[in-house]
Design a protein around this ligand. Structure first.
Ligand code: ADP
Length: 464
């Protein structure tokens, strides 16, 4: 299916919305204004007829002169031009003045013009000339009757129609201008929204092709697009980091494997060629190199198992203080060689955990403390309970870790100093394995350290 551009959809939606609003407003205002105007004209015409009757009625001479016919004539001719035809009777019903009698041609012309104009423009009114009768009185005495005929329900003259047409033209013009503006604004508005999205699309395409260095301009005003650009930048940065770590891992593994394999193969070659005797000592040296290889493979396997979420915990009651003491004893030789003051302190804390995995955690932390602490240093493992949390701290007076490294030591394959750690044999996997195990137990691990002073690794684990 052919896909439309988001920009087109947004522009169209915007224009459609404005078009609908403008149409609705135009239709409603045109209808209401016209209706109100017509209502006003209807009332005005009724008032005009009433005023005419009152004015003629007031020109009655009580002293016997009757109606002032000259005045009635003047008013009648004047009213005729406005579409009112009058007829006046005295109190006995005798006709005194009739517009039709006076100027029949003009009366018919006025009536025809009004009727024709209204039927052309307002056929739905079905209007016609209707006669209204007024009883005239002076001081309570009946003086006569006035009949006024005009087009009912109302009629509009040329100027009125011009006014209504002008009004409709203005509304149509306003609608057209608003609509054009809406289209222009809609396109601009849609472009503003879609531009960063297009940027994100092209960046993600590049990322999918392996270009992790690409970044999107995240300095955007709208929160959502800003967050989207930010998220893509984060994703690219983390992929870049992963890619770097993957490359580093390949290099590290190759390097780690090369040294023992080279040593073993050169020993073997010399022994096969009888250049060297296969003495106990040389075979022991080969065995040590093989052990290093074995250790590396075990580390890689462990990491693979914890990183693929495959930690099966066989939980049981474990007492942390005695477990720490047992593990410390396993490091006796190394501690003794470096003349390190190592001890376990604190209180007995029972937790529900996987003994084997937990031993691995303590052993990893202790092994690091031993590796990075110089001779005559100090290592302390302390255990204590804080409410429902067991806290295990492994502290040393070793070389310490800089602030920058402190945040990254738990990342897999991260080593603070490549050459130094290579000598000590670590591949930067111990702490990431440790962290994964602690987290699998629902605990946390973090590090506090000052370079040159020492490090503290603090593990918290839920008691139950
Ligand atoms: P490794 O196998 O290299 O020891 P780890 O994941 O256990 O890997 O540790 C990562 C890095 O953190 C080490 O290479 C080391 O630089 C640093 N580190 C860990 N523990 C300590 C410590 N107690 N003192 C100083 N540096 C440490």
């Amino acid at each position: 299916m052919k896909k439309t551009h988001l920009r087109t959809t947004l522009s169209l939606a915007f224009a459609l919305l404005v078009a609908l609003t403008v149409c609705l407003v135009s239709i409603l205002s045109s209808t209401f204004i016209s209706r109100e105007f017509e209502e006003y004209v209807k009332l005005t015409q009724k008032k005009q007829a009433d005023d005419l009757a009152e004015s003629i009625g007031s020109h009655y001479d009580e002293s016997g002169g009757g109606f002032n016919i000259d005045y009635v004539h003047g008013m009648g001719m004047y009213a005729l031009k406005d579409g009112f035809l009058i007829r006046l009777y005295d109190e006995d019903g005798n006709l005194l003045w009739d517009a039709e009698n006076h100027d029949m041609a003009l009366c018919h012309e006025v009536m025809d013009t009004i009727t024709l104009r209204m039927q052309e423009n307002r056929p739905e009114l079905h209007g016609d000339f209707v006669t209204y009768s007024y009883d005239l009185e002076t001081k309570g005495k009946h003086t006569g009757k006035l009949e006024i005929s005009y087009y009912t329900p109302y009629y509009l003259d040329e100027n009125d129609f011009q006014f209504i047409h002008a009004l409709n033209r203005i509304l149509a013009l306003t609608s057209a201008v608003s609509l054009s503006l809406a289209v222009v604004l809609g396109v601009l508005f849609a472009r503003r929204i879609t531009k960063p999205i297009s940027g994100v699309i092209s960046a993600t395409k590049k990322i999918s092709e392996g270009d992790y260095g690409v970044r999107v301009d995240a300095n955007l005003k709208e929160r959502e697009t800003h967050e989207l650009a930010d998220a893509v930048n984060h994703m690219a940065a983390s992929l870049e980091e992963q890619e770097y770590l993957r490359r580093q891992l390949t290099g590290d593994i190759a390097h780690e494997l090369r040294t023992p394999v080279t040593n073993i193969s050169s020993y073997m070659e010399m022994m096969i060629d009888d250049v060297m005797e296969p003495t106990q000592e040389r075979l022991k040296s080969c065995y040590d190199e093989l052990s290093r290889l074995f250790g590396l493979i075990t580390d890689l396997e462990r990491l693979e198992s914890v990183e693929s979420g495959g930690i099966n915990l066989n939980k049981e009651d474990v007492e942390l203080l005695s477990l720490s003491e047992t593990i410390l004893q396993g490091f006796e030789t190394g501690i003794h060689e470096k003349n390190i003051d190592a001890r376990v302190s604190g209180e007995e804390v029972h937790i529900c955990a996987d003994r084997g995995r937990l031993s691995q955690v303590i052993a990893n932390l202790l092994s690091n403390a031993l590796k990075y602490t110089d001779e005559n240093g100090k290592i302390t493992i302390s255990v204590k309970r804080k409410k429902d949390i067991a806290e295990l701290v492994v502290e040393d007076t070793g070389i310490g870790i800089s602030k920058e490294d402190r945040e990254r030591v738990f990342e897999r394959f991260y080593r603070t100093d490549k050459s130094r750690t290579r000598k000590t044999g670590g591949a930067g996997m111990g702490l990431s394995i440790t962290k994964a195990i602690v987290q699998a137990h629902g605990g946390t691990i973090h590090c506090e350290s000052e370079p040159g002073t020492g490090s503290r690794f603090i593990v918290t684990l839920p008691v139950i």
